[in-house]
Design a protein around this ligand. Structure first.
Ligand code: ADE
Length: 224
């Protein structure tokens, strides 16, 4: 699976993909993540990628031409399943969207800045608009990194224990049960006896009931 991310701040996206699971997934050839500097596609001599808004108002608007040139150059190389624009007014990312997108082949992700991007980019090129939550960030780069992370970890072979993504919170519509590791007694705070019992059926039953209880307390909306 390949991601092409278009941004004016490529440096912001270096670190998130250079560690841990995302780095390993790329090394194993399970995913390719390519970051493109939008400025490289600016046609004017100042390499500017934004302009004043028609009708007045504060802030600059990202222009259509650099996005068009970059997207069209990518599309000339291969087919894309989605062109996703990260924006707070998009549909809110959830596990079901991540699951769905993990089955795709090639995805372009656009990161916005300033006051927004020319509506024509959205009308002409964008197939899907995604928000990571009801708050506004300075740009779409961190949301893009979150989206890619949520998708890549679901690609078969990316996680060493294939079942671990399946038992994640949300994957089965319940939050995860609590987890513990050694020591069994830390300053008098003890690990629940059942986890030390070696009785797998009882452990599974305990985990199911804790997951249900945690979901009931924290996210009752998930149980509806
Ligand atoms: N860009 C700025 N804020 C955002 C958000 N909450 N989700 C996606 N993209 C954004």
């Amino acid at each position: 699976m390949r991601f092409d991310i278009i941004t004016v701040l490529p440096g912001l996206l270096e670190s998130p993909f250079a560690h841990s699971i995302l780095q390993r997934a790329q090394k194993k050839g399970l995913t390719e993540i390519v970051v493109h500097n939008l400025r490289d596609y600016a046609s004017n001599k100042h390499k500017s990628v934004d302009d004043y808004p028609y009708g007045g108002g504060s802030g600059m608007v990202m222009s259509i031409e650099p996005f068009a040139r970059c997207i069209e150059a990518l599309k000339a190389e291969r087919d894309y399943d989605e062109v996703i624009f990260m924006t707070p007014d998009g549909e809110t990312l959830n596990q079901s969207i991540a699951n769905h997108l993990s089955g795709k082949g090639n995805i372009i992700i656009l990161c916005g800045h300033y006051k927004g991007i020319d509506q024509r980019v959205r009308d002409i090129y964008v197939t899907r608009e995604i928000s990571i939550g009801d708050y506004v960030l300075s740009g779409g780069e961190l949301p893009a990194a979150i989206l890619v992370d949520s998708i890549v970890r679901l690609i078969p072979g990316v996680l060493s224990d294939e079942t671990s993504a399946l038992s994640d919170s949300f994957q089965g519509e319940l939050l995860d049960a609590p987890v513990y590791t050694r020591p069994a007694d830390w300053r008098g705070h003890k690990v629940p006896d059942v986890l030390l019992s070696g009785h797998q059926a009882k452990i599974d039953e305990w985990r199911d009931s804790e997951a249900l209880e945690r979901t009931r307390q924290r996210r009752p909306d998930l149980l509806k």
